[in-house]
Design a protein around this ligand. Structure first.
Ligand SMILES: Nc1nc2c(ncn2[C@@H]2O[C@H](COP(=O)(O)OP(=O)(O)OP(=O)(O)O)[C@@H](O)[C@H]2O)c(=O)[nH]1
Ligand SMILES: [Mg+2]
Length: 378
């Protein structure tokens, strides 16, 4: 019995899908392109795939119909067979017709997906709470609705096909109608989630909230754990955290709540930002922000800028903020001048790993909570 059960377990554990990562570089900054491709490889791994090859094409502009040129597409088709790849993952955002055309050129059963789909997939894998799952499903459906063109990606997973069609409807129309129905259902459920969250926030009224924000993998959950003794999940992979974790935070004379939540990334798919509104309200409603920056990453400036941009889009760009220059055990001095660039922000060098700088960080956070937003504008 036991060995049977083990055998079955073994059989159901799927092998990671083998994929080829592809990028078309149209810019003149090769280093930046390589960073973006490295990041995509990390994303693909977090989506539980095995990257068997990387392919780069440099050309002045992308091919409007198939993204890569015809020669490159042939090369990719051959490589897919040679490496037994299940599909390719593309750095550039694909228009639905480009995707379908490229899939056709590559042939076989190989799939073609872009970075946005990979990120949506990681979110789907990592969502744990009912709220997280609702938000991810909404984002995925909106993405699909925007990308439906009636090819083989029609909604087979949601059913459809014989017996589900209304009078005179094509398969594509049925798919659209089903998606719309499901989307409005999810939106109604998420409205309830938002109301509930707002209620909960009201009961915490009077207790200031510090929201940890930052690029994914910067060390937000590690820092939450170091500051509060929490045991939030930490992992060396993007989007380990999706659902907000709230913990009591003692700051000298001030009692506060620390809120850890989903990390940011450059070009976060717009469907995700919209669908994660309930979660992101923890950030927009916070009293102050703790922006965690991984200074051991050579591209921390790019990451910081991506975070600042998203915060501004969310309407949280003017909140009092403290910068935690994290992972200073790996890079002793914060790179650059180590100062926060907005004059009202304080920057503190810390290590969530060794605990260095946490006393100074608490003091800076306490000061930020007593700073009014009006002073920030001054
Ligand atoms: N050396 C070192 N590693 C750190 C430090 N802080 C975090 N890490 C590591 O960085 C990785 C990411 O840490 P997390 O705390 O999961 O990062 P996060 O910002 O919560 O990431 P997401 O939830 O995925 O957005 C883990 O492997 C941590 O062990 C630090 O100060 N020093
Ligand atoms: Mg985390």
């Amino acid at each position: 019995m036991a060995s049977n059960a083990r055998a079955r377990l073994h059989a159901t554990k799927a092998e990671p899908e083998r994929v080829i990562v592809v990028g078309v570089d149209t810019g003149d900054d090769r280093t930046l392109f390589d960073v973006e491709l490295d990041e995509l490889v990390a994303l693909a791994r977090a989506a539980d795939t095995h990257v068997v090859a990387r392919v780069v094409q440099r050309r002045s502009k992308i091919d409007p119909s198939t993204l890569v040129g015809a020669g490159k597409a042939d090369e990719l088709a051959a490589l897919v067979r040679e490496r037994h790849a299940a599909g390719i993952v593309v750095l550039n955002t694909l228009r639905p017709r480009q995707r379908a055309a490229l899939e056709k050129l590559i042939g076989g059963d190989a799939f073609v997906i872009d970075r946005n789909v990979v990120i949506l997939d990681i979110f789907a894998r990592h969502a744990r709470t009912a709220e997280g799952k609702l938000q991810v499903e909404l984002a995925q459906l909106r993405h699909r609705a925007a990308n439906l063109i009636g090819t083989r990606d029609s909604l087979s997973r949601l059913g459809g096909g014989i017996g589900t069609r209304g009078p005179g409807e094509t398969k594509l129309e049925v798919d659209r109608r089903r998606i719309r129905l499901r989307i409005s259902h999810l939106e109604a459920q998420l409205d309830d989630v938002r109301k509930r969250r707002r209620e909960q926030r009201r009961t915490r009224e009077g207790t200031p909230v510090v929201a940890l924000v930052g690029y994914t993998n910067a060390g937000k959950s590690s820092l939450l754990n170091a500051l509060t003794g929490a045991q939030a999940f930490v992992a060396d992979q993007p989007f380990a955290t999706l659902d907000p974790t709230l913990r009591k935070l003692h700051l000298g004379g001030t009692e506060a709540i620390a809120a850890d939540t989903v990390g940011f990334i450059t070009d976060l798919p717009k469907e995700l930002v919209a669908a994660f509104a309930a979660t992101l309200e923890e950030v927009t409603d916070a009293t102050a922000l703790l922006h965690v920056i991984d200074v051991s990453n050579p591209y921390w400036r790019r990451q910081r800028d991506a975070v600042e941009t998203l915060l501004a889009q969310l309407g949280a760009g003017d909140k009092p903020a403290v910068i935690a220059w994290n992972k200073t055990d790996l890079t002793p001095q914060p790179m650059g001048n180590g100062r926060a660039e907005r004059p009202h922000d304080e920057g503190v060098a810390v290590s969530a790993k060794t605990g260095d700088g946490l006393t100074q960080l608490r003091a800076a956070l306490e000061r930020s909570l007593h700073r009014k937003e009006s002073e920030v504008h001054a």
